[in-house]
Design a protein around this ligand. Structure first.
Ligand SMILES: Cc1cc2nc3c(=O)[nH]c(=O)nc-3n(C[C@H](O)[C@H](O)[C@H](O)COP(=O)(O)OP(=O)(O)OC[C@H]3O[C@@H](n4cnc5c(N)ncnc54)[C@H](O)[C@@H]3O)c2cc1C
Length: 313
């Protein structure tokens, strides 16, 4: 990673500050590959794991005053981390910002809760609407920010509100309109907001029927997607009127390789890490596939995954 003396000084100050702050675990030079489903990427200068929301909110204004770059990580199932790593502070939210409550047909979920846990809770409680999310392996915070979804539905259809923190640690509740959900994106991500809690409005239903639909969707995924391989889910967004997987398959993309990255032979819209892949391998392979599809069909495939770290962006 390129060193920058001013940035090094800021990071050193942040390391001292955060290391001495109650309620945070701090890991210098944390290997981010270990924290992502792709298993790719270099270290973060500093990985911060808050023990609870108040510890996190307390530290945000201090980081802001230091002007240290801050990035958020949920379960890391939709990110490709730069080989050079990430300068600044990465805050890990999965497994720490926890809490689920049901009230009538609304579920309130803290951002670090997994979508899987929420979809099981909803099914047990006889609440329908989240079945589409069965098998999406991320946190609800990451799912809200990305407006995660499938052909069967997306987060925008069930989110009733989102609580976000600004860099001063102030929490505000936003409506779905203010969150600006769109296909696999939201205004929240572009504004760099931290999602703290999400309200999900569901509909009463027979629990057995909800469980049945969840099982059906999970089985379909197992049959179609390379779930045992290391990936970040679909690599490309769905182009208008078509499917990225169909286009990639049509240009003989399945099985194509660059270094340790390969287009999955099982599903052409997944790039998988078949061992020691670098972020650069994934990006080169994605570009190769994009150029073949552009040449053959005149379609520009847009990547769906989030790039973390300066040198891949
Ligand atoms: C096998 C597999 C299948 C998948 N299938 C699907 C699918 O069907 N549909 C789909 O949409 N996605 C799918 N994904 C991608 C991914 O699981 C979803 O996008 C998921 O919602 C991301 O959640 P995460 O916690 O892993 O987020 P991360 O990958 O950790 O982060 C994604 C982005 O959100 C930001 N972020 C995360 N949490 C927060 C927060 N609390 N506040 C602010 N920013 C935050 C990160 O900075 C990053 O920019 C799949 C992934 C895999 C590996």
């Amino acid at each position: 990673m390129a060193r920058h003396p001013t940035m090094d000084a800021v990071i050193a100050e942040a390391t001292d500050l955060l290391g001495a702050t109650e309620g945070l675990s701090v890991v210098p030079h944390a290997p981010l590959a270990e924290y992502t489903s792709f298993g790719i990427g270099g270290p973060a200068d500093l990985l911060v794991i808050p023990h609870d929301l108040s510890a996190l909110l307390g530290v945000l204004p201090r980081l802001s005053a230091l002007a240290v770059p801050v990035a958020y990580l949920g379960k890391g199932t939709n990110v490709l981390v730069s080989d050079a790593g990430v300068r600044g502070v990465v805050v890990k939210l999965s497994g720490v910002l926890l809490g689920l409550q049901t009230s009538g047909s609304e579920i309130t979920a803290a951002a670090g809760e997994s979508l899987g846990a929420i979809s099981h809770l909803a099914a047990d409680a006889g609440l329908s609407g989240l079945e589409f999310s069965a098998g999406i392996p991320g946190t609800v915070g990451g799912a809200a920010i990305m407006n995660a979804g499938t052909q069967g539905g997306e987060m925008a259809q069930v989110v009733s509100w989102v609580e976000v923190a600004d860099p001063n640690g102030e929490v505000v509740r936003l409506s779905p309109e203010q969150a600006g959900f769109d296909y696999r994106r939201s205004r929240l991500r572009e504004a760099g907001r931290l999602v703290c809690r999400v309200g999900l409005r569901l509909a009463p239903a027979d629990p057995r029927e909800v469980h049945r639909r969840v099982c059906e969707i999970l089985q379909r995924r197992v049959g179609k997607q390379p779930l045992a391989a290391r990936s970040a889910g679909c690599i490309f967004k769905r182009p208008a009127g078509d499917y990225a997987g169909r286009l990639v398959e049509a240009v003989n993309g399945k099985g194509l390789r660059v270094g340790g990255a390969m287009v999955s032979p099982k599903h052409a819209n997944f790039i998988v890490n078949i061992g020691q892949a670098r972020a650069q391998d994934v990006l080169e392979l994605a570009r190769l596939v994009q150029s073949r599809v552009r040449e053959e069909f005149g379609v520009d495939l847009e990547t769906e995954i989030c790039l973390l770290g300066e040198e891949v962006c």
